[in-house]
Design a protein around this ligand. Structure first.
Ligand code: I3S
Length: 115
């Protein structure tokens, strides 16, 4: 399953420890069971530096669900927890876009777990 688009994301905890939120807009790419957040949404433009900041999340063993209201004041927020204990929130104001991501991430995680 493959998908790409702009999303807002923030890390919220690491190894059970809460970290300060830092919402940023990222160009997000799902490819081969790995989710990559590119810091600069324009960085996938032709000719853009390949050294831009990005980081990857292995979806194997991860969980995805709709975030409860206490997690954020924003609407349309997903909670992604990785197998190695990192928790992210993913958000986008347009509901259809985040609903699509929820479906694709849920399917991807399910497929990876079945293997
Ligand atoms: O869950 P919190 O701590 O209320 O999250 C808000 C803060 O991170 C805030 O920044 P400060 O760390 O400077 O207080 C952010 O600007 C907000 O966006 C965070 O809340 P939301 O509800 O937007 O996730």
């Amino acid at each position: 399953m493959e998908k790409a688009g702009i999303l807002n994301k923030t890390k919220v905890s690491e190894n059970g420890k809460k970290v300060r939120k830092n919402w940023t807009q990222t160009w997000t790419v799902l490819h081969g069971g790995v989710l990559t957040f590119h810091k600069d949404p324009k960085s996938n433009a032709p000719g853009a530096s390949v050294f831009h900041k990005k980081f990857t999340v292995d979806l194997k063993g991860a969980t995805i669900c709709w975030a409860t209201k206490d997690k954020s004041s924003k609407k349309n927020v997903l909670e992604l927890k990785t197998r190695n204990g990192v928790e992210f929130l993913i958000q986008y104001d347009t509901e259809s876009i985040i609903v699509d991501w929820h479906r694709v991430l849920t399917d991807t995680i399910r497929q990876l777990t079945r293997r």
